[in-house]
Ligand binder design. Structure first.
Ligand code: ADP
Ligand code: MG
Length: 320
């Protein structure tokens, strides 16, 4: 549905987007995750035709956005980071205005009523936008984005600045819309992509550093990366031996129990399973293992690890 190839955007000699390629299939809800300044808005603004790229290609439903800007805009509903709301219009006036702007061909009354229902704006449609809460303003922005029934909806940080209740409401609305639309959503909040998206693209410093199914990205580190272990032995000596094991990148004492046993937190490199060498080391020293657990990784860890890795790669690569 969406295909981006080697997209580059330079401001002066600085790269805001540096050679990004990805695809979004029909019906997917894809999260665009990255810290502030990563290049999310720039990419989304190019994809929606609001900004030109320095080089590279973006296609929506097989149409190049540069060659067919009007057709592409019809296929995409866009909620920018700062939705362009006209504060002196009522919700209904605003939706009618967008309807005209987009030269929509659907039955006006029916379509706008349907949108008001779907986005749950009933009861506010005749109020001026400036008198609405931030949550309802955001709903109005989303309503505007779906005028004309576009196949793809792109949300740039849609829950920014909302309170927790409004955040949940907007997330639910996006999930609802995701049932019959292709959705791209940008956010710097890890739990947001986790609760909404099928797939996560992680972007950092203008580069794509990960492209994973939401389930996999959490599972990626689970199992052998972090271990919580309790053993019957002198804590300091056990710790010193744990640190010597090949592949261990971090070890610390979690707790000492006063009965000669202690728990330890151990992190190993992603591709190293330290369970067996750890067992033999403890056995050799006569320090029985009492428990072994795998707390797993959360998205924060994954994010830090992929970003670190890509920065490491870039440093190794030298002149990038
Ligand atoms: P994000 O949406 O992930 O926070 P942006 O795409 O807004 O990131 O910005 C990416 C980078 O490009 C940032 O370093 C930002 O400062 C820079 N940038 C964005 N817009 C402009 C602009 N109009 N002129 C110069 N630099 C810009
Ligand atoms: Mg942004």
């Amino acid at each position: 549905m969406i295909k981006v190839e080697h997209l580059v955007k330079k401001y002066g000699d600085r790269y805001a987007v540096n050679d990004i390629s990805f695809e979004v299939r029909k019906g997917e809800i894809v999260g665009f995750l990255g810290p502030n300044g990563a290049g999310k808005s720039t990419t989304l603004n190019i994809l929606t035709g609001y900004l030109s790229s320095t080089s590279g290609k973006a296609m929506v439903d097989g149409l190049d956005i540069l060659e067919h800007p009007m057709e592409v805009k019809k296929k995409i509903g866009f909620l920018p980071e700062q939705p362009p709301l006209y504060l002196d219009m009522t919700v209904r006036e605003y939706l009618n205005f967008i309807y005209d702007l987009r030269k929509c061909k659907l039955n006006r009354r029916e379509h706008i009523n349907e949108i008001i229902r779907v986005v749950k704006l009933e009861g506010t449609e005749n109020r001026m936008i400036k008198n609405l809460s931030k949550g309802y303003r955001q709903r109005t922005g989303i309503a505007g984005a779906i005028v004309g029934n576009p196949e793809v909806i792109i949300f740039d940080e849609p829950t920014n600045g909302l309170d927790p209740k409004q955040i949940i409401d907007i997330r639910n609305l996006i999930k609802e819309l995701g049932k019959d639309h292709t959705v791209i959503l940008s956010t710097h909040i890890l739990s947001e992509v986790k609760s909404i998206c099928d797939r996560i693209l992680i972007i950092n410093d203008g580069k794509l550093v990960a492209d994973q199914l939401t389930g996999n990205i959490e599972g990626e580190l689970r199992g052998n990366r972090r271990i919580s272990m309790r053993a019957d032995g002198p804590a300091d000596r056990v710790l010193a031996e744990l640190k010597k094991l090949t592949g261990v990148v971090y070890a610390s004492i979690g707790a000492e129990y006063g009965d000669g046993t202690a728990s330890f937190l151990i992190e190993s490199q992603k591709d190293v399973d330290i369970r067996k060498p750890m067992f033999y080391m403890l056995a050799k020293n006569n320090w029985p293992i009492l428990s072994l657990e795998f707390p797993g990784a959360n998205l924060e860890d994954v994010f830090i690890s992929v970003v670190d890795e890509s920065e490491h790669e870039q440093k190794k690569g030298g002149n990038k």
